[in-house]
Design a protein around this ligand. Sequence first.
Ligand code: NAP
Length: 677
Amino acid sequence: MMMIPSFAAGQWVAPDSGARSIACAITGEVIAQAGNSSMDMGEMHAYARDVGGPALRALTFHDRARMLKALALHLTEHKQALYDLSFQTGATQADHAFDIDGGIGTMFVFASKGRREMPDAQIYLDGEIEQLGRKGTFLGQHVCVPLQGVGIHINAYNFPVWGMLEKFAPTFLAGVPSIVKPATATCYVTHLCVQLMLDSGILPEGSLQLVSGGVGDLLLHTDAQDVVSFTGSAQTALGLRATPHLLENAVRFVAEQDSLNASVLGADVTPDTPEFDLFIREAHREMTTKAGQKCTAIRRIMAPAAHVDAVIEALSAKLSQTVIGDPRDATTGMGALVSRSQRDDVLEKAALIATQAERVCGNPDDFAVQGADHDKGAFLPPMLFHCDDPDAATHVHDTEAFGPVSTVMPYRDADHAIALLNRGKGSLVASVITRDGDLARQMVMGSAAWHGRLYFNNADSMKESTGHGAPMPHMIHGGPGRAGGGEEQGGVRGVLHYMQRTAVQGSPDILTAIGQQWVPGAIEITGGAHPFTRTFHQLQLGETLHTPARKVTLQDIETFAHFTGDTFYGHMDEEAARANPFFPGRVAHGYLLLSFAAGLFVQPDPGPVLANTGLANLNFMKPVSPDEEIKVRLTVKKKTPRTDTYGQVRWHVTVTNQDDELVAEYELLTMNAYEAT
Ligand code: NAP
């Protein structure tokens, strides 16, 4: 018997007499107990807020991203232990790829995005500077700072590892501590994962706590600095969302709920094409992975009326060949549901669907189970239904049987398919298998507003495609309406859910100091050594080089044109150039100006500047005519460490003419060594 503790205020707390029993999905035997009704939830909340929060906020995004990567590596080393335990939830090795490997992979993605897309600082800048006065001495900038509360994560039973890590990673990266409450049925797997994370010694104290069992009065200790992030059924979400304390205190509440996800076979796809096989493969995978206990699983399968029979035949054949049994057996294609009560719930919902659709595959009263006791484990066969009148039917669009259950239905044309898709009243994902770009656009216009994700796939993309049911950490996960209205993940967007966006206004110097990014108009540091001779660490924000002027002659333009082959008329033909509304006559190439600018600002000797890796936000504002002059201002705008030996310097560059008018403006990106060589 596993006694599953909680981790509260720095201590492991064993279950008490009020603990709940947890059964093995394969044998039905009680294998664990979890829950302690006397835990002080107020103390847990305060510990996260007062110990974890300040420790996390003292770090930069890059510090936290590096910790996430170290945690992901640590979990990778120990994932076999997670696999071994997780079989007892009914999951197969293939299911572990979604839950355990998927969870760890999500951490790696957030670790990488944190380093590449967020600053090595404590404040995240959201969007560009807004100029609020005519002269540029008063500006605005949106900034995001970590909330000063706690991320409370209440998760569903079906993904004990991924469900936790996909919420923990963005919360941690934001600089906010987490209290994780997994569903009791599979909390023993989450507990092992949390224990591994805590044992790694990587996490700052107070940044992660675990509630095994009920949450008691935890939600009553929350305030507007907290985020309650829930995943589970619509019914539980509704109850929690409506908690008066949350409403009275404007506590952020994010919900990922169940939904009636659908997949559409495009009218352009016929049974003899690779797309048809792809459609069947995806539908089969979604019905059988995790025994259909996936929030993104395909519940409704829509095919042009002419191909419904072919879809039923092909999918039924594949489902009938799926071996159901002990998930530890490598030949098993589908394991058990999490518990016999979950199995009974699915049978109840399937019976409701059966009142409006005919079961065409899978008989729950007659199916084989390999290597396990049919009656003791929570096994079910995949069940396929056919609903021939989906307009009149209601249950197929509103009843989620959270197991291996799906319904095939016909559609007449694209508008009809869209109408049926949207009958789910909000879903996490809808897929369309098609090669037809016009149909794809029509689907987006007609149904994107009802779905969190639209997944188009065909023979061109299928080899690399990530799967209808796989939420990717780069893309938002969640959906409108019935799906809960939440948005998780989506890269940095997911991190921002745990931060406060605040508009700050002030002078360029004030905004430079806040954002750790030089703002035009802020003080320039001039007169020192050439910035190209200074190491990454020596360079300061605002360090500036003003170059002498250089005349651009007609001969320069001629030479550049013939040397590069760019003999565009604007540079070569006076009359044609004059007829162009942008040019007063022949003008210098923009690329010539950039090249002359580089010639003006570089310091040629070997030194800390290792490479020019790009230009960003380049704009040409005013053409330069022969015999006009240009000069350059080069200023250190931002510094971002990249490796152990060098970092990126983003320089703000302006090119101006003899009248100080702006000719070009851009950002130059260089890699600069930390140490002088
Ligand atoms: P559930 O019964 O709604 O439970 C979800 C979580 O809420 C569990 O941790 C549960 O804890 C907790 N909970 C229940 N009552 C609570 C209360 N009064 N106060 C605080 N917490 C409470 O859902 P489930 O059966 O675990 O999961 C299946 C459902 O989740 C399906 O409907 C599925 O579609 C949905 N789901 C959605 C997503 C998504 O990303 N959108 C992902 C996975 C699953 P206990 O276990 O201790 O009761």
